[in-house]
Write a protein that binds this ligand. Structure first.
Ligand SMILES: Cc1cc2nc3c(=O)[nH]c(=O)nc-3n(C[C@H](O)[C@H](O)[C@H](O)COP(=O)(O)O)c2cc1C
Length: 323
């Protein structure tokens, strides 16, 4: 499970940086993987409003960090935590540039009617602070956050906002901060941590795992946390899989294959499912195992991928209604 932090202030070691690092450290303590993106230090060009993404589903700007890393990370993230200081009652222009570029995700969702596999379970959390004590200081921020999280298919699950903060030193003087962050991270993460861990076992770069994972995440992600295993993850999701899944409204375009060779040791799964009877399932006490016996899809044609999708869809429905 990945938590991505978006640091939106241009000031190094400022209030935003302090608050986000503190928040992510609390989450990391529970063994969850976190990744912080220092947005102002990245090359993210502003949206030019050309409408290309509404027609094609991709951004016309294809050579900056938004394409190279931010889009895939936003899709991979189970939780997105964003921080911005109030700049003229809004987020900083650097974070806003990133937000505007998620118009591509908005287009895929509302124009192309495609759903991200994590769309029903991804969570968003917003952190903010301003130097003044204005009553409406965070009104603009909350609205921007609401529509940003909607575009990236995250439920706006909460926020922490602070007035009267000019520098990180002001946070260090707050005795209640630790407790507030600990409560907020607990509330944010608890339902995600309580899910059963399911491990799909397959071969390297296995398209059966790619489809089984996405379908389980989409239909039962509130109860199952999917882990994948094959030794080599491969460079990209198979284009035939992207096409076959888009036919049933599931968007895999920005995803990257994920696999871990030592997933069993690392994740302590509750359920292990092998994709084929040639893939050995280790016997582990208290772990439910099953073999799906799907054909090996090496050099799969589009037709075979569609057949596999149907079979996997059925298996996923059975497995998730049984438990
Ligand atoms: C360009 C700019 C605009 C700002 N606008 C506001 C504002 O509208 N309201 C406010 O309370 N503070 C405002 N501030 C103060 C910052 O929100 C405050 O200093 C914050 O703690 C800075 O966070 P940072 O250290 O993470 O950059 C502004 C600061 C700058 C540089």
């Amino acid at each position: 499970m990945l938590v991505v932090g978006l640091q939106g202030s241009p000031r190094k070691n400022g209030s935003s940086d302090y608050l986000l690092k503190h928040f992510l450290k609390e989450i990391e303590k529970t063994g969850v993987e976190v990744q912080l993106l220092d947005i102002p230090r990245m090359n993210i060009r502003p949206c030019i409003g050309c409408g290309y993404c509404e027609k094609k589903g991709f951004c016309v700007i294809d050579d900056d960090d938004m394409v190279a890393s931010v889009y895939p990370l936003l899709r991979k993230a189970q939780v997105v935590v964003a921080v911005s200081p109030v700049f003229f009652y809004n987020v900083t222009s650097q974070l806003k540039a990133l937000i505007d570029r998620t118009q591509t995700f908005w287009s895929r969702k509302y124009r192309f009617r495609l759903s991200d596999p994590l769309s029903k379970t991804r969570k968003g959390f917003f952190l903010s602070m301003g130097g003044s004590r204005g009553k409406k200081l965070f009104d603009g921020i909350h609205l921007v956050a609401k529509y940003f999280f909607d575009a990236i298919d995250a439920d706006y699950s909460g926020s922490l906002t602070y007035t009267d903060i000019e520098t990180a030193a002001d946070f260090k003087k707050m005795p209640e901060l630790d407790l507030e962050i600990s409560r907020a991270t607990q509330a944010l993460m608890s339902s995600l941590r309580e899910r059963k861990r399911i491990l799909f076992l397959g071969k390297n770069d296995d398209i059966r795992i790619q489809m089984a994972s996405a379908l389980t995440q989409y239909y039962a992600g509130n109860r199952f946390h999917v882990v994948k295993s094959g030794n080599e993850p491969g460079k990209r999701i198979h284009p035939g899989v992207v096409k076959a899944m888009a036919e049933i409204g599931i968007d895999m375009a920005f995803l990257e294959p994920q696999s871990r060779s030592n997933a069993i040791k690392e994740y302590h799964p509750d359920i292990i499912v092998s994709m084929g009877n040639d893939i050995e399932v280790p016997a582990i006490p208290n772990v439910t195992t099953s073999v799906w016996n799907l054909p090996d899809p090496q050099h799969a044609s589009t037709e075979l991928i569609v057949q596999l999708r149907e079979q996997i869809h059925e298996n996923v429905s059975r497995m998730t209604t049984d438990r």
